[in-house]
Write a protein that binds this ligand. Structure first.
Ligand SMILES: Nc1ncnc2c1ncn2[C@@H]1O[C@H](COP(=O)(O)OP(=O)(O)OP(=O)(O)O)[C@@H](O)[C@H]1O
Ligand SMILES: [Mg+2]
Length: 332
């Protein structure tokens, strides 16, 4: 149902999940939607069912497009996968309805701005050092949010993690968001991004790779990965567990080795006055054992900076949205 959220907003527009952060008195409130949709054949009965169940949807010709948290259920019934408006951090070029679906989702989730409230949304760093796709993505989403009446700002995802988590360290350190489409990394000095990059191996890469080597569907793999039963502790009992462990390590290695290469090639680093904290968030980092894996990987590489500690984000999967909200409120 359409609703409005008072005040300024922080939006984490992720490849697999959209998180909206807002303030409610002195508390921060979060709303999450799966960034996925399904197309159903139009009938009055289907439309009535979606309305009854409170599932976001829109009629388009002779189909109904249903969006958000509950579409997994339909994907299973229909025997297919859900469709995704985004891929590797940006608009999915293979999904013709990408912007249309995001406009629907953001309209429902954020509502219209009443008095030109501010919204700050997260954008990734370009993959392989190229910004071209991010520029198009950023401008397209900006337009959708402006059409809803907001004053729109954007914020790099890695920097958002730092803004949410490293206030006690003057926003100086390394922030990493381990997401579905990407991992975003930012090295910040007093809140200024010195280096920001992304890798395109994230949770989706784990799902598709583990699926292709085990013969299970990506959805089955994902559900195993998200269940409490799976732990990253070297004790894999099934082939899916074994494949998941391999690709989780692959993701951590890719981030850490890229960080090593980029930091060592960077000509002039700021005058850091001591060791730096590394803070990590995002859904892919939620699995038990991830913290140890990352800490060990960082110990093995040679960086031109000293690491103070490796911290799990206090805000966990809401870290990016929290940083975006702080930025919207602080006029950053
Ligand atoms: N409880 C959980 N345990 C393990 N993995 C999880 C859990 N919940 C979500 N995930 C995984 O985390 C990923 C989503 O994380 P997140 O929401 O941080 O990504 P995103 O912001 O949508 O993507 P990106 O930042 O790459 O655009 C998915 O791959 C999902 O399967
Ligand atoms: Mg993310």
């Amino acid at each position: 149902m359409e609703h409005s959220v008072a005040g300024h907003l922080g939006l984490d527009l992720g490849t697999s999940r959209i998180v909206l952060a807002s303030t409610q008195g002195d508390r921060t409130q979060y709303k999450t939607e799966l960034n996925a949709f399904v197309s159903l054949p139009y009938s009055k009965m289907t439309k009535a069912m979606l309305e009854r169940e409170n599932i976001h949807h829109t009629k388009s010709g002779n189909e109904i497009l249903a969006f958000g948290n509950r579409v997994d259920e339909f994907a299973n019934i229909l025997g297919g996968d859900t469709r995704r408006p985004m891929k590797t951090g940006v608009l999915n070029p293979n999904e013709p309805r990408n912007i249309e679906m995001l406009a629907l989702a953001l309209g429902k989730l954020c509502g219209r701005a009443k008095n030109g409230e501010k919204i700050c949304f997260s954008v990734p760093s370009g993959a392989n050092g190229s910004d071209a796709e991010v520029i198009y993505h950023e401008q397209s989403i900006r337009k959708v949010l402006e059409d809803l009446g907001y004053e729109v700002h954007s914020l790099n995802e890695g920097l958002a993690v730092i803004i949410a988590e490293l206030k006690d360290h003057d926003f100086t350190g390394i922030g990493i968001s381990f997401g579905a489409g990407m991992c975003n990394v930012c090295l910040s000095y007093l809140g200024l991004p010195v280096i920001a990059f992304s890798t395109t191996r994230g949770g989706d890469y784990i799902d598709y790779s583990a699926s292709s080597v085990t013969g299970e569907t990506p959805t089955t793999v994902r559900l195993t990965k998200e269940s409490d039963a799976f732990k990253l502790n070297g004790k894999a009992s099934t082939s899916v567990d074994q494949a998941l462990s391999v690709y989780y390590r692959d993701i951590v290695q890719t981030v850490v080795l890229t960080l090593e290469r980029i930091l060592n090639n960077h000509k002039q680093l700021p005058p850091f006055r001591g060791p730096l904290p590394v803070v990590f968030g995002g859904g892919t980092a939620m699995v038990e054992g991830f913290h140890d894996e990352l800490r060990k990987a960082l110990q093995k590489v040679k960086l031109p900076i000293e690491i103070m500690d490796v911290r799990k984000a206090k805000y966990g999967m809401n870290s990016t949205a929290t940083g975006a909200l702080v930025a919207a409120l602080a006029d950053m």
